[in-house]
Design a binder for this molecule. Structure first.
Ligand SMILES: Nc1ncnc2c1ncn2[C@@H]1O[C@H](COP(=O)(O)OP(=O)(O)OP(=O)(O)O)[C@@H](O)[C@H]1O
Ligand SMILES: C[C@H](N)[C@H](N)CCCCCC(=O)O
Ligand SMILES: [Mg+2]
Length: 239
């Protein structure tokens, strides 16, 4: 694996078998693509895996649960607990529209869904410090969900800072970090090629790279996650 990243066969300290919170260093880094591919991979292994979007803003056109359902070929693979139209942080979107948005309702919906399925793949909203509701942020929901976190990051210059800050914030709240995915990795620059190894040394996390994928094909998205993340990540009797 180029970039000194951990290989697809690397052992992991934390698996996603009992659920995982897919968090990002920012909005638009690839949380949904990774969530969709991981959920599809778990389901093809026979796991009762369901992706959970706690609150979708910018809806429509943004529809992360719909993307996961399309990749997995079934609406049963994803659930969206709340939708808001403004393409903003949830707390800001709710203020703009005057709609009520209660943190306890969001947290309760997430924990209910986590309890109701074998493997919940919960996707964050933007990055960790995004205002969610009632003065709480996405990071509070991650901590309350009591799941390990998988961090999705950009691969290019600038990601060292964002990724190290994100991992530090998770660990300061006692959230185990499964690893880091450097997404849309092409290795086209010295920064890209060195970033995975530097992130591993900065965070003591395994780092995997996922290349640009054909996101028009659900199969290619699942293939792209299965081929670049370790099977040990799935936990249980992963082959
Ligand atoms: N590995 C990849 N290969 C090709 N395109 C990708 C890849 N990862 C993400 N994308 C594209 O980049 C854009 C942003 O990805 P995505 O929607 O997954 O980000 P996100 O972190 O979930 O964003 P948000 O914060 O809005 O939920 C999308 O158009 C997606 O199809
Ligand atoms: C609109 C789209 N659904 C995005 N996921 C919303 C992300 C809010 C990010 C807020 C911020 O960090 O400035
Ligand atoms: Mg998303």
């Amino acid at each position: 694996m180029s970039g000194d990243a951990s290989g697809p066969n690397a052992p992991v300290e934390h698996s996603v078998g009992d659920g995982v919170f897919v968090v990002g260093t920012d909005t638009g880094v690839g949380k949904t693509v990774v969530t969709a591919g991981l959920t599809g991979w778990l389901r093809e292994r026979g796991r009762d895996a369901v992706a959970v979007k706690p609150c979708q803003t910018g809806h429509p056109p943004d529809d992360d649960a719909g993307v996961v359902a399309s990749v997995c070929g079934t609406d049963d693979a994803a659930v969206c607990l709340r939708r808001l139209e403004p393409p903003l942080a949830p707390a800001v979107a709710a203020t703009e529209t005057g709609e009520p948005l209660a943190y306890d309702d969001i947290r309760g919906g997430v924990t209910d869904t986590v309890d109701a399925c074998e493997t919940a793949v919960v996707e964050g909203i933007g990055g960790l410090r995004v205002p969610l509701a009632d003065g709480k942020e996405v990071l509070d929901l991650v901590a309350d969900a009591a799941l390990p976190a998988l961090v999705v990051a950009r691969s290019d210059l600038g990601t060292l800072n964002h990724t190290a800050l994100t991992v530090r914030a998770l660990r300061d709240r006692g959230v185990p970090v499964v690893g880091v995915v450097c997404n849309q990795y092409e290795g086209a620059t010295t920064a890209e090629r060195t970033n995975p190894g530097v992130i591993e040394r900065m965070t003591d996390c395994p780092v995997w790279t996922v290349p640009p994928l054909d996101t028009t094909s659900g199969e290619r998205v699942v293939d792209g996650i299965r081929e670049n993340l370790p099977a040990s990540l799935l936990g249980g009797t992963a082959e």
